[in-house]
Design a protein around this ligand. Structure first.
Ligand SMILES: CC(C)(COP(=O)(O)OP(=O)(O)OC[C@H]1O[C@@H](n2cnc3c(N)ncnc32)[C@H](O)[C@@H]1OP(=O)(O)O)[C@@H](O)C(=O)NCCC(=O)NCCS
Length: 327
């Protein structure tokens, strides 16, 4: 008996309902690894709108069996990405594959999406996958993708904590000056090996003030006597769709003076932040971090549980300008 063939065609806005159904299944599959994971219902309406916009603006590909959608993938062109090459991002909600043979369908959709990307001059690719989707991760690795970042989460419940010798304080906008030197050191930290992220120089105080001028932005500092030695900040939205949950806040920076590392300063900052968020009715806390950052990656992965990982690939840019054969 031969199985029904899978066919591929560009996505249309008529596919949105089936796309949401596939995404719901992906969400439930990842949720199995996370007790207390936020429910998909909280995101459904906004994801519907986002997917409609993505299909209209970015196109994307559908995989069908017997006329039913069994997979889709959309890449978003975003300009320069991790260097001077033009980038394409396939976000966590930008794809889902539930049909069988799943590895083959993922591979074929990716080939269609990347074929279009390269035709438009995009050779730096980032792809976000569910952290526990071993099959898709293995497809990505076989195709030359490597680790770059992760999104992780936890509840804001804090169990018993160790005593800390350091004072932790939530800062008001008028107190930001005390952490400006730490914020500058944090920005420069990313230029070091093995990160080599070329962060441009910035005025740290202006940057902090600009950041804090939006709503729902909180920042805590740790002090040794009166000297600020570390900080951690949270905000309402980050990049993943889960990060937009109204009862979730996202950590978008944490830094501890190298002289005070491994003494529990970041742990004390985190515990205070979680405690304050919990007191204010926030149930979950998220963080996205570079997996290519050993100190940050070690800290976050010990305190939070990853739910997505983002992998990247640089396609040899010399392919541009040559005739591409159709997939
Ligand atoms: C990531 C970072 C913020 C962690 O700060 P930190 O203050 O050193 O973190 P902690 O001391 O709380 O935790 C680090 C280790 O010390 C241990 N520790 C915790 N409390 C301790 C204590 N009282 N005494 C000794 N060790 C302790 C922790 O268990 C942890 O061990 P582990 O790595 O084996 O899990 C810091 O390394 C840093 O600033 N890195 C550069 C910037 C960065 O990467 N930021 C994160 C990305 S935004």
């Amino acid at each position: 008996m031969t199985s029904t063939p899978i066919t591929y065609r560009p996505l249309t806005s008529d596919d949105i309902h089936q796309m949401i159904d596939l995404l719901r299944q992906s969400h439930h599959q990842e949720a199995r690894y996370h007790p207390d994971y936020p429910s998909f219902d909280a995101f459904q309406a906004s994801l519907g709108r986002q997917l409609m916009r993505l299909v209209k603006e970015c196109g994307g590909w559908a995989a069908l069996r017997r006329g039913q959608l069994c997979g889709y993938m959309i890449g978003v062109e975003i300009g320069e990405l991790f260097g001077k090459d033009q980038g394409l991002v396939i976000s966590a909600h930008g794809w889902s594959v539930q049909g069988s043979p799943r590895a083959r369908i993922i591979n074929d959709l990716l080939v269609h999406v990347l074929h279009d990307a390269v035709q438009h001059g995009h050779t730096s690719i980032a792809w976000t996958l569910s952290a526990h989707d071993r099959l898709a991760i293995s497809v990505a690795r076989d195709l030359g993708f490597g680790n770059r970042c992760a999104d992780a989460w936890r509840t804001t419940h804090v169990g018993s904590t160790r005593e800390t010798a350091y004072r932790i304080e939530r800062l008001s906008p008028s107190q930001l000056e005390v952490i400006a030197p730490l914020h500058q050191a944090h920005n420069r930290y990313y230029r070091q090996a093995p990160l080599w992220m070329p962060n441009p120089e910035e005025d740290p105080l202006e940057d902090l003030k600009g950041w804090m001028s939006s709503e729902d932005r909180w920042i805590w500092a740790a002090f040794d006597q009166d000297h600020a030695i570390g900080y951690l900040r949270t905000q309402a939205h980050a990049e993943s769709y889960l990060s937009h949950h109204p009862q979730l806040r996202n950590i978008t920076a944490a830094y501890v003076d190298p002289m005070f590392r491994d003494r529990g300063v970041a742990t004390a900052l985190l515990n205070q932040a979680l405690h304050d968020l919990h007191e204010n009715g926030i149930t979950w806390c998220g963080v996205d971090y570079e997996t290519i950052n050993p100190s940050g990656s070690r800290f976050w992965s010990s305190q939070f549980k990853p739910y997505t990982i983002s992998l990247t690939r640089r396609i040899d840019e010399r392919i541009l300008g040559l005739d591409l054969l159709n997939p």
